[in-house]
Design a protein. Structure first.
Length: 459
């Protein structure tokens, strides 16, 4: 509660504004005295003093007002401790917002930390704007970020697991053999809430099955039991960690990556066929090169003219026919994936999905002369159960991928991280920003009168 409107507008609890002047360079010079009940209590013995010793001027750095810098001049007292048994002879006044020997108000530090956490700017940028040093902002941000996420996440029905690389791999040449030896290649594994709005649930250093399993082992048994579906990329490491730690959950692979693999197979087949035909790599002007971007598209999105162009080009010779066979294999695989409810509007049945996958295998087996198709069919059959689960449940790893993009963006904005702890913290904050926004939206507003005296509120 403040004594007057000016103090309430200034808003530092315990400071009463006595005068305001325009300073040089658009700065606002604010003069204030202490207005805090416990400010005359000795910090050692707690006795209230009534013997002022001297007056000192403190100039803690404070938050800007409407973009202009604020020059706060706090006239505070130094008191003599009147308690005979107390060791301390004098002490200055202190406030929760401005602790002793602190040259920055708590609200300025918090504002800088909040800007890093919620606006996604770097600590360096926030420090420049607030007129603080990088270590001060970093420490304030770290204190805020280390409370996120909370101690235990809420139950999650669909869990997503994804990884991102930390920095770039480092190599050195071996002196004896002259070969490259990898020095460091570090990864972070992240766990995401796909069914709710919690964003990132946790992160683990490294990307082995043990790293992922270790994080899962730290979760409560009831929380693990609640996980029904785990979405992963086609990565055997995470699949084994999930099977070990979440035996009751169904694994679903991300269908985007399945299609991506099929598209890559067309490219591989095209490059090989072109090399066999011309004895060189493809270049613009080759008929096969002209349709390569059309082959990537979904069949249903091609115009009749584009479809005719593909048929005409690939029908011309042996090389083209090989590419066409790979292209048809992709569409046969997509036919199975397109049974998912999101695409058809009705719940798929498992038999139907497996039948269409069988048609895909059959096609690959009929065209075993194309080695790329065999290896694609082998990979797909290895992941068949997980693909069927993804089609039946409709769970995708898209949320993980979008949050993973945020995680990578943080590293770019920081021009790379020197410190892995800083990186984990920044990534965690970035990937839970949406969840915090949802929480603050649901908070109810409350009105409290801030000034104790003065004119009554007209409203
Ligand atoms: Zn004392």
């Amino acid at each position: 509660m403040f004594q007057d409107t000016a103090s309430a507008l200034f808003g530092v609890a315990g400071l009463q504004v006595t005068d305001v002047q325009a300073g040089p360079g658009g700065a606002l010079e604010v003069w204030a005295v202490t207005d805090w009940p416990g400010s005359a209590a000795c910090p050692d013995c707690g006795a209230l003093s009534d013997r002022p010793h001297e007056t000192v001027l403190a100039r803690p750095r404070d938050a800007r007002r409407a973009g202009d810098p604020v020059d706060l001049r706090w006239v505070k007292r130094r008191w003599k401790c009147t308690e005979e048994s107390c060791e301390r002879r004098t002490f200055t006044e202190r406030l929760p917002q401005v602790p002793p020997r602190c040259r920055v108000t708590a609200r300025l530090r918090e504002q800088a930390a909040r800007e890093v956490a919620e606006r996604g700017i770097t600590p360096a940028e926030a420090a420049r704007h607030a007129g603080l040093s990088w270590p001060v902002v970093h420490d304030a941000f770290a204190a805020r970020a280390d409370r996120v996420p909370g101690p235990a996440p809420a139950p999650v029905a669909h869990l997503g697991i994804d990884e991102h690389r930390r920095g770039r791999p480092r190599w050195r040449t071996d002196d004896e053999t002259g070969e490259y030896v990898q020095l460091a290649d570090r990864w972070h594994t992240c766990f995401y809430d796909l069914s709710g709005k919690q964003g990132m649930l946790g992160q683990a250093e490294g990307r082995t099955a043990d790293d992922a399993a270790y994080w899962l082992a730290g979760a409560a048994p009831a929380w693990l039991d609640a996980v029904r579906v785990v979405a992963i990329d086609m990565c055997t490491i995470y699949a084994s960690a999930v099977r070990r730690m979440l035996p009751g959950a169904v694994i679903a692979v991300d269908l985007f990556h399945v299609v991506q693999l099929a598209v890559k197979t067309i490219g591989d087949a095209r490059r090989r066929a072109v090399r066999e035909k011309y004895g060189r790599r493809g270049k613009s002007g080759d008929p096969e090169y002209g349709v390569k971007n059309l082959l990537v598209r979904n069949l249903e999105n091609l115009t009749p003219a584009q479809f005719a162009k593909i048929i005409e080009t690939l029908d011309a010779d042996e090389a083209g026919q090989q590419i066409a066979l790979a292209w048809i294999a992709k569409e046969k695989l997509r036919a199975a994936l397109n049974l998912r409810a999101r695409a058809t509007g009705s719940a798929p049945c498992e038999r139907q999905v497996r039948d269409r996958l069988f048609a895909f295998y059959d096609w690959c087996a009929q065209n075993e002369a194309i080695p790329e198709l065999l290896s694609l069919a082998r990979t797909i059959s290895r992941w068949e159960d997980e693909i069927v689960a993804a089609v039946l449940t409709g769970v995708t790893n898209a949320t993980s991928e979008s949050l993973n993009r945020l995680a990578k963006l943080e590293a770019r904005m920081a021009y790379g991280f020197r410190n892995p702890a800083s990186q984990r913290r920044r990534v965690r904050i970035a990937c839970t920003r949406g969840a915090r926004r949802n929480q603050s939206r649901t908070a109810t507003a409350r009105r409290t009168r801030l000034v104790s005296s003065g004119l009554p509120n007209p409203g």
